[in-house]
Structure formats: structure tokens, C-alpha cells
Design a protein around this ligand. Structure first.
Ligand SMILES: [Zn+2]
Length: 293
């Protein structure tokens, strides 16, 4: 296979990889600004913001004894690959919320710190405005976007952990991944409409929710087509993963086929579940002792 990502450094023992698709991202940033240096800086701020977001997830999962294989930065965002996931739903909740919490903190700091430094006379009007946009606004957008309940995005994971208070992990994953697929499908639909030049009426939902919704359906259509497709397929594969982990058959928990899940259940003696890929991709097969809770 062709190598597409290269290790940049290690942070807290976690290798950070850069995907070659970032070359295109940097090109778009540099081209999008009058001053290419500002474009370059904005691109670097974005990558740093995503890395810190992923470190939020990673360090929280490590606190629960999980192992993080790597963090990879790509054009569609960042991805922390965990060798194993916390199984308790409140732990999953904390791991999922940690990333958006970092983005929110960075976003608020990115607004208030430059505003303060500008009023104190340390920053020019131009520079303060640039930082407020490229750190403040960008991180607040990352915060809002990641909280969409589109499983397996952070909001979807939070939803699944909340559902697990009332139902099994398998059922909760089924519901969360269905909602994830619905939202991803909606995103793809609106992106296609925009690309094909079909005008959509603005639903004019008031307030911040309306602004977020309008961003969701109107901006950056090619990008959203790609992200929508990634979420759509990831929701399906993660459901199949949980289905296999929980020893389920090809049928969904509500009795009808779902996602064409044909994975045969792993050997299950009632005690141990052999994790299928991707968690076992690191090399040796991991065997979990299933906790009854
Ligand atoms: Zn996240």
C-alpha cells in the first residue's frame, strides 16, 4: 500500500501523523488570503486546533486505561485511533465531550485574549481581528460541528452514551448510527443540490441554531459531500463492529436486517469477546473480558 501519512512528532507518547491531503488544505488557505503568510498562519492554527481537540479525546481515554495508537491530521479533520475504547457509558461520554470542550475553551480564548491585547495596545486592529477569526471563530465552529448528533462524530457518541443509560450498547449504537446516517444523508443531499445549482429556500430559523443550520446546508459543498460520505460509511462500519463485538448475528436488535451486516458473530464462550478490526489492527488480537453491568 502507498504510504500517505508521515509522522511529525510525538506528544505524550502519541505519534502525530500528517496526511498528504493537507498539502491541498494548505494550498486552499494560502490562496484564500490576500497575504499568503496570513493564509499559512491560519492553516497552521487550524491544524494545531484539531490536534488539541484530538488530544482532549486521547488523554481522557488514556486516563481510563485505553491505549491511543496515533493521531492523524487529514483534510477532512483529525482522527485519534484508539486501540481500545472505554466500555462504561459514562467514560465514553467523558472521552467524547473532551474534544469539543477543548475547542470551546480555545474558541473563547481566541476571542477574548486578542480583544484584551488590542485594547491594551499590544496588538494592531488587523492582527487582533485575524486571530479572533482564525482561532476564535474557527474553534467555535469546530465545537458546534462536532456536537452534531451524527454518529460516529462526537455528538453522536454523546448521544449513544446517553441512550445506554436506558438500553444495551448494541441498541444504542443502532439508534445513534441510524441518526448519523440520516444526518450524513441530509448533508450529502444539500451539498448535491448546491453543486447542481438547485436553489434551496432559507428556512430562516432564528438565532444561533439557524446560523449553524444554514452553515450546515449551504457552505463548502464539495467538502460536505466528502464529509457526509465519510460519516455515512463510518456510521455503518462502526455499527457492524459493535454488532460483532457484542456477539450479534446478521440481524439488527429490532429484528430486521440493517446496513447489510453480514459479519458472522465472533466465537463467544460467554466470557471473552475477540475484537475484530480496526481495534485489533495494531498487531496482536485483543481479547476483552466482557463486563456484566
Ligand atoms: Zn472530536
Amino acid at each position: 500500500m502507498i504510504k500517505t501519512s508521515y509522522q511529525l512528532c510525538r506528544v505524550f507518547g502519541i505519534p502525530i501523523y500528517l496526511d498528504i491531503s493537507l498539502i491541498l488544505l494548505m494550498f486552499l488557505f494560502v490562496r484564500g488570503y490576500d497575504n499568503p503568510l496570513y493564509g499559512l498562519a491560519a492553516g497552521v492554527f487550524l491544524l494545531l486546533s484539531i490536534t488539541l481537540h484530538e488530544l482532549g479525546h486521547s488523554l481522557t481515554s488514556m486516563a481510563f486505561g485505553c491505549r491511543v495508537r496515533d493521531i492523524t491530521l487529514m483534510i477532512i479533520g483529525g482522527r485519534a485511533t484508539l486501540e481500545n475504547m472505554p466500555r462504561k457509558h459514562w467514560q465514553e461520554f467523558l472521552v467524547a465531550i473532551a474534544g469539543p470542550a477543548v475547542s470551546l475553551a480555545l474558541g473563547l480564548a481566541g476571542y477574548f485574549v486578542p480583544a484584551y491585547l488590542f485594547h491594551a495596545g499590544y496588538l494592531t486592529d488587523n492582527l487582533a481581528g485575524f486571530i479572533m477569526y482564525s482561532v476564535g471563530k474557527l474553534n467555535l465552529m469546530l465545537f458546534g460541528f462536532n456536537l452534531l448528533p451524527a454518529f460516529p462524530m462526537d455528538g453522536g457518541r454523546i448521544l449513544r452514551s446517553a441512550l445506554q443509560v436506558r438500553m444495551s450498547r448494541l441498541r444504542a449504537t443502532w439508534i445513534a448510527s441510524r441518526i448519523g446516517r440520516f444526518l450524513a444523508g441530509t448533508m450529502i443531499f444539500f451539498a448535491l443540490c448546491n453543486i447542481l445549482g438547485i436553489n434551496l429556500p432559507n428556512p430562516r430559523i432564528p438565532g444561533a441554531v439557524g446560523t449553524l443550520f444554514w452553515h450546515f446546508i449551504s457552505d463548502g459543498s464539495y467538502f460536505k459531500l466528502l464529509i457526509g460520505w465519510v460519516i455515512f460509511s463510518a456510521a455503518g462500519s462502526e455499527y457492524r463492529q459493535v454488532l460483532a463485538e457484542e456477539g450479534g448475528g446478521p440481524r439488527a436488535p429490532f429484528g430486521f436486517p440493517f446496513f447489510g451486516a453480514k459479519t458472522p458473530p465472533p466465537p463467544d464462550d460467554g466470557k471473552a469477546v475477540v475484537s475484530p478490526p480496526p481495534y485489533a489492527r495494531g498487531g496482536s488480537t485483543r481479547v476483552d473480558v466482557r463486563k456484566e453491568d
